[in-house]
Design a protein around this ligand. Structure first.
Ligand SMILES: O=C(O)CCC(=O)C(=O)O
Ligand SMILES: [Mn+2]
Length: 223
């Protein structure tokens, strides 16, 4: 994958004036605006490299539909979907090799984000990489393929902006809509760990670092 036409200087020019801030969404859930900006150059370099080993692909749902979001993983465990169901796997089914190691830049950002809102000792072993081209979406769902719900979820947004819907514990519950922009991080855990959430169809945009939206979702999937 190539991040076309975007050098270091331009990233810096656009984003240096934005200071990180923390907003509480509901109990145990937080939006950390601009939290991933500081290290974005390293993040994007590491991302490009690991996607060469395990490329983005559109997985198939158990029902047989191709997902609009293209995915890959890094870390000890990777989230996969196919006709057999949703699960975590140690190996990339596309390459039959272990998923690429989680880069230090990724792990550090995930741990610093979690600890900034009170989740000390977050030890992610899985990072799902979601690529949303314009029009891609993720419908409301809960993250519940992990063994231990005591660890939070850290979700990093890069590139095109998107509307994140954050709901309750039933799919039909009311949702709040949050604008997630390049560099924003959402952290949820504790009483909010199993809240439904999703992404509305991503719209075309200008002045963003990437011509798509990239989301990095960090979780502790195994024991
Ligand atoms: O793209 C996002 O912001 C959310 C991704 C997500 O919820 C997931 O991969 O489970
Ligand atoms: Mn999710």
């Amino acid at each position: 994958m190539r991040f076309v036409g975007f050098g270091k200087e331009k990233l810096m020019d656009l984003f240096t004036d934005q200071q990180p801030t923390v907003q509480q969404i509901v109990k145990d859930a937080y939006l950390l605006k601009s939290f991933a900006l500081r290290n974005q150059t390293q993040l994007l370099a590491d991302l490009t490299q690991l996607l060469e080993a395990s490329p983005l692909r559109n997985m198939v749902t158990p029902g047989g539909f191709s997902m609009s979001v293209a995915m890959s993983n890094c870390g000890e465990l990777g989230w996969v979907s196919d006709r057999k169901g949703y699960r975590y796997a140690t190996h990339d089914p596309l390459t039959d090799k272990p998923w690429p190691a989680m880069p230090n830049s990724f792990r550090t950002l995930a741990q610093q984000s979690a600890s900034a809102v009170g989740y000390e000792n977050f030890h992610p072993d899985a990072c799902l990489i979601n690529q949303y081209k314009v029009g891609a979406r993720m419908s409301l769902h809960q993250d519940k393929n992990e063994l231990d719900f005591n660890q939070p979820i850290v979700s990093v947004s890069l590139g095109l902006p998107a509307i994140f819907q954050f709901g309750g514990f039933e799919r039909a519950d009311k949702t709040v809509s949050l604008l997630l922009e390049h560099g924003d991080v959402v952290v949820w855990g504790g009483e909010s760990r199993l809240r439904f959430h999703g992404i509305l169809p991503v719209k075309a945009g200008q002045n963003t670092a990437l011509n798509c939206r990239i989301n990095l979702t960090f979780r502790r999937a195994g024991k």
